[in-house]
Design a protein around this ligand. Structure first.
Ligand code: NAD
Length: 495
């Protein structure tokens, strides 16, 4: 890892043009990607697509669809497996880019790249499982077949917080299913996006089948989503952007001959409940891990701890003590557990919530963040005694800020947890079987975890996706994900 950091450290500041039809396309503008630990350091310069290049990318993907959609599923799967192999070979290099561009501590970077590899492997094998369709019944005298076929051009729009895993996952599912894609990475992590694009190319994704289109959402997002050539949009990001995409995609435009499909995975305000019967040490340890991993910048991060009144003081004390032990700093060092937040806007947003919290709870850990010029560092912060309806208990902060809420009993805790527009992840720490069974059915979240942390969903083991305003329940890394990228056909022949 140290050698990789030194190697990548010497390669910062290069330029990464767009990739359309296998060609490198220069743009008039550029996006300077900054190191969030040291914003004076440019990680790289990415192209900055405008509608002109977005048009070019959609046209190229449209033209490439015919041949790619006729490529056998086995051949497409093989390319994804090769991409997984390349990622394994280049793993430390990818981790180092994550450290510089994403501000990720080593273990977080490692988990993220491992997840990208898992997505490639999983979707490749899922395609092999589904390639001949699935069994259905037939009536005497007829043969009935039910199978899937590719959809068309997919626009893949990714966030910055899992810039390798989510971009790779969304794009590989679309590609292995036989679609062509235009990949738009986040403007905050376009260099990681360029590496993913390079790996797809090296693995054998043909020219034109995958376009790499870095750019600002505000400049090309609406265009990509609204265009008649777009067949589906695969998006992961904030609720606000997801709802806008859903709305725009629903409007039919001239020459559009389909209802666009939107796969949108969005934010969370995830809660962990600690019941009076729980193992309090484990609960506290997992709350801290789930709240502060990657500085709380995970859609699955615990941002609400809902504690049974009888154990409130004890658990709060343990959480504060553990969180105080976290080491904050630039993640180039192996022992750093909390790095910076991603960007200046994110730093300002989280700092704003820290101010709001002063009126909404008692700050039992943390201090005001320092000068962002010295890196976008925000110390782990805990507000105690927060009202369930408070702003910091209702809105997604996406930073290292935990709101601790007191519940009268388990019923009250579950009610508080569910009283939120999001529904992504949630956790219950309890030894009471009846309570766990209630939560199994009544906790309003796509991913519910008992007696463990609530982040780090494993591909194929914990299919991931939200309810409510957290998304379209697509469950990435699960058995229902690939069919979302295909059209199902029923063909019946009478003998
Ligand atoms: P964001 O919504 O600001 O941006 C996500 C992507 O959308 C970026 O590529 C951005 O350029 C693009 N975009 C912006 N405006 C657009 C528009 N009008 N049309 C099309 N695209 C547009 O989100 P972010 O800050 O990058 O990511 C953080 C958010 O993502 C958090 O809310 C987090 O919870 C969520 N997230 C959810 C999951 C999940 O699986 N549910 C996973 C990771 C992150």
């Amino acid at each position: 890892m140290r050698a990789a950091l030194a190697g990548v450290g010497g390669a910062l500041g290069r330029s990464y043009p767009l990739i359309v039809g296998g060609k490198r396309i220069e743009t008039d503008g550029e996006i300077a990607s900054l190191d969030p630990s040291d914003p004076s350091r440019v990680v790289g310069y990415a192209g900055r697509a405008t509608e002109r290049e977005a048009d070019m990318a959609l046209q190229t993907a449209t033209e490439a669809f015919g041949s790619w959609s006729r490529t056998t599923p086995e051949a497409r799967a093989r390319i994804m497996l090769r991409a997984a192999g390349i990622m394994r070979r280049r793993k430390f290099e990818l981790l180092a880019w994550e450290v510089y561009e994403g501000g990720k501590p080593w273990s977080e970077a490692d988990a993220q790249v491992a997840e990208a590899i898992d997505f490639l492997e999983y979707y490749a094998r899922e395609m092999l499982r589904l390639k001949d369709g699935v069994p259905i019944y037939a009536v005497p005298g007829e043969e009935s077949r039910y199978f899937y076929q590719p959809m068309g051009v997919g626009v893949v729009i990714a966030p910055w917080n899992f810039p390798t895993a989510i971009l790779t996952g969304m794009a590989s599912a679309a590609l292995v299913a036989g679609n062509t894609v235009v990949m738009k990475p986040s403007e905050f992590t376009p260099i990681t996006g360029a590496l993913v694009a390079e790996i797809f190319e090296e693995a054998g994704v043909p020219d034109g089948v995958m376009g790499y289109l870095p750019g600002y959402g505000s400049e090309i997002g609406d265009y990509l989503v609204s265009d008649a050539r777009t067949r589906f949009v695969s998006f992961t990001g904030s609720m606000k952007t997801g709802l806008r995409i859903n709305e725009l995609a629903a409007r039919q435009v001239e020459r559009q001959r389909w209802i666009k499909r939107v796969i949108a995975e969005m934010g969370g305000k995830d809660a962990m409940i600690v019941d009076d019967s729980a193992d309090l040490d484990s609960a506290a340890a997992d709350i801290v891990k789930s709240a502060y991993g990657y500085s709380g910048q995970k859609c699955s991060a615990a941002s609400r701890a809902i504690l049974h009144a009888d154990v409130y003081d004890e658990v709060l004390g343990k959480v504060v003590e553990r969180a105080r032990g976290l080491k904050i700093g630039a993640p180039e060092s192996a022992d750093v557990s909390v790095g910076p937040v991603i960007s200046e806007p994110q730093f300002e947003k989280v700092s704003g919530y820290i101010d709001v919290g002063k009126d909404e709870g008692e700050r039992v850990l943390g201090e005001d963040p320092g000068d962002p010029k010295n890196g976008y560092f925000v110390p782990p912060t805990i507000y105690a005694g927060v009202d369930p309806g408070a702003k910091i208990a209702q809105e997604e902060i996406f930073g290292p800020v935990l709101s601790v809420i007191r519940a009268r009993d388990f019923d009250d805790a579950l009610k508080i947890a569910n009283d939120n527009p999001y529904g992504l992840t949630g956790g219950v720490y309890s030894r009471n079987r009846e309570h766990l069974e209630r939560a199994r059915h009544e906790f309003k979240a796509g991913n519910v975890y008992f007696n463990r942390g609530i982040t780090g969903a494993l591909v194929g083991v914990q299919p991931f996706g939200g309810l409510g305003l957290s998304g379209t329940d697509s469950k990435a890394g699960g058995p229902d994900y690939l069919p979302l990228h295909m059209l199902a056909r029923t063909v019946v022949e009478r003998f």
